[in-house]
Structure formats: structure tokens, C-alpha cells
Design a protein around this ligand. Structure first.
Ligand code: ADP
Ligand code: MG
Length: 319
């Protein structure tokens, strides 16, 4: 199959059909007409075989996940996603694999109204780089540098589950049945908190998505906001499946430092607490837990009652 035919077959007219896409796949560049008066949010993330996913990982899951990790970055800004590009490197033209990859990508793109407007296709070690473009009302994006001492710290969903899911896939953790399936699913198909992020920006100024581990990403929030934080060990959410399969100690290790969660970690200033409580009464939101608060004193302290605990190291790609 020629490169042109390959692109046409697998990547033309993928994702949502958007009227603000003037010119999509097929020319030297895409042309788009984003809504006027909004800030444009742009994010890129790469998945590398052996580094971010094991060899033999399901092609549909990969198509889904390569977009999901990017949508999660836009969610953390409170932005609405519009367009994506896909730079795909594959070792050979495997039509079945490409079809499944495109299908997984398409599923999530349509769910979030994202149009695939361009990309690149090359031969080499299996790698996918997705860029997403979204919009957010001027001055309303959530930023890593906007947390203040006294803000409460919250996290969505069930951090740690994805790391346990990968451990199950790789045979480092044992388990069967629905609990295994739940944890694996959190690694294979993380749910980017896109609509929640857009609601959240009305009450939160600071947010980050958890990809490197809860404590490490909280560290980024603290550094950029020039604050510290206290995290309460006993308030950390542990899912039922994670607790059952991993036991408390290992579960907490993954909750704190597992990574690949793609949950939102955000702060709520005390004066917005009532608005946030009101937001939480709406249906269809992910579960949310308060795990501590930002402090003026730098550094992160993990408190177990009155005792301080050692913080396990998070994911570092160059370690
Ligand atoms: P160029 O030589 O200008 O880089 P290409 O032959 O790489 O053009 O790509 C042709 C068209 O197909 C371009 O519009 C490009 O954006 C698009 N394209 C290439 N690969 C992909 C892909 N994996 N997903 C989406 N669009 C792609
Ligand atoms: Mg090209």
C-alpha cells in the first residue's frame, strides 16, 4: 500500500466532523477557525513502546490511550478540545493493527468532539505522538502556578489503580475476575476528565493531571505555585479492587507514586468552597476526595495522624 493510500484509508475523516475545520487531512497543513476571543490550549504527549506500554499491547487500547493522555492535559487546563494531529511510527504496515488503532482513536475522538486534522506516518520503533488543540475562555484556564497557601487539595477518581493494572498485565501482581478487569481497564483506557475540567475551572485556579504519580505531580504544583503542601495519609482514596488485590501497603505506594492515573489534582480556595460544594451536587461527576492542603512552608509533608511518613519516589523516565 502506498503511503498516500494508507493515510487515506486509516486517517482521513477520523474523529468528529467539525464545521470549524476548513481543511483537514490531505494538504501540507490543516486550516481551522477556532472560536474568536478564546485562548488556544495546545498539548503534546508521546507514547513509546517498552517505555509507556508493553510490546504486544492491544492496538485499539493504544489508539484510545494515545489520545486520552493528551485530552487529560487539556482537561487539567479546563479547556475544551477541538482538534488533534497524530504522528505515528510503526515498524511495518500491518493493516489489521492500523485498523484497530484508528478505531480506538476514533472512538474517543468522537466522544469528545475532536477532529483528526493531520499528522505524519513513518517507519521505525512503535511510537505515537498526538497533539491536541482546544480553547478556554480568556484568563480562565487552570494553571500550575496559581495555588495559594490554605487552598484545599482534591483528587478525582482512584489513583494507583492504573499502576496496579500495569503490574497485573506484566505479571508483577496476581489477581483474577472483575477486580483484575477493573484495574487493567484503568491502565488500558484511562478516562480523561474533560467535561469535569471545564466545570472545575469556574471554582479552581490550579490543577494538574496526575501522570507521574500523585506526590510527584503535587510537587510540580507546589514548585510552580511556590507553596508547600500537607497530605493526609489516611484520607487518600484506595479503590476496593486495589485494596483487595494489592493489600494496604502496596496499594498506598501505588496511590502515591504509581503514575499513569490521568486523574485531576486540583486546589480549591476557601472562598470558593461553597461554590465547589454546589458543583458537587450535580450528577455525572467523577468521585472526588480532599487529601490535604497547600501551605506557605515549602516542601510536601505526608502526615499519618501526627506522624510524618516517608514519601515514595514517583515515575522518572530518565531514572
Ligand atoms: P507531507 O509530505 O507534507 O509531510 P504527508 O505525506 O506526510 O505530507 O501527509 C499527507 C497528509 O496526510 C497531510 O495532510 C498529513 O497531515 C496527513 N497525515 C499523515 N499521516 C497522518 C496520520 N497518521 N494521521 C493523520 N493525518 C496524517
Ligand atoms: Mg509527512
Amino acid at each position: 500500500m502506498s503511503e498516500f493510500n494508507l493515510i487515506k484509508r486509516f486517517f482521513l475523516n477520523r474523529g468528529a466532523a467539525r464545521s470549524d475545520v476548513v481543511l483537514g487531512v490531505g494538504d501540507d497543513a490543516a486550516l481551522v477557525l477556532p472560536p474568536a476571543g478564546q485562548e488556544v490550549a495546545i498539548a503534546t504527549d508521546t507514547l513509546v513502546e517498552g517505555q509507556h506500554f508493553p510490546p504486544g499491547f492491544d492496538a485499539r487500547d493504544l489508539g484510545y490511550k494515545s489520545l486520552a493522555v493528551n485530552l487529560s492535559d487539556l482537561a487539567a487546563m479546563g479547556a475544551m478540545p477541538l482538534y488533534a494531529t497524530l504522528a505515528l511510527t510503526v515498524p511495518s504496515v500491518d493493516e489489521e493493527w492500523l485498523g484497530q488503532f484508528a478505531e480506538g482513536f476514533e472512538l474517543l475522538a468522537r466522544t469528545h468532539g475532536v477532529s483528526l486534522v493531520g499528522g505524519d506516518t513513518t517507519k521505525g520503533p512503535r511510537t505515537m505522538t498526538v497533539t491536541v488543540v482546544g480553547v478556554v475562555p480568556r484568563g480562565h484556564a487552570m494553571r500550575r502556578d496559581q495555588a495559594k497557601p490554605g487552598d484545599l487539595i482534591y483528587v478525582t477518581g482512584w489513583p494507583g489503580d492504573a499502576a496496579a493494572g500495569l503490574a497485573l498485565i506484566e505479571g508483577r501482581l496476581q489477581g483474577q475476575g472483575s477486580m483484575r478487569a477493573t484495574l487493567e481497564e484503568r491502565f488500558r483506557r484511562p478516562e480523561p476528565r474533560v467535561s469535569f475540567g471545564q466545570k472545575l475551572r469556574q471554582v479552581s485556579r490550579a490543577c494538574i493531571d496526575v501522570s507521574d504519580g500523585l506526590m510527584q505531580d503535587l510537587g510540580h504544583l507546589c514548585e510552580q505555585s511556590q507553596t508547600g503542601a500537607v497530605v493526609r495519609y489516611r484520607e487518600l482514596p484506595i479503590s476496593r479492587s486495589l485494596f483487595a488485590l494489592a493489600g494496604e501497603d502496596r496499594a498506598l505506594q501505588w496511590v502515591l507514586a504509581g503514575g499513569e492515573d490521568f486523574e485531576l489534582l486540583f486546589t480549591i480556595p476557601p472562598e470558593r468552597a461553597a461554590d465547589f460544594a454546589k458543583l458537587r451536587t450535580q450528577g455525572g461527576l467523577p468521585s472526588v476526595h480532599c487529601i490535604g492542603e497547600m501551605t506557605a512552608k515549602p516542601g510536601i509533608r505526608l502526615m499519618d495522624g501526627k506522624q510524618e511518613r516517608v514519601i515514595p519516589p514517583g515515575w522518572d523516565p530518565f531514572r
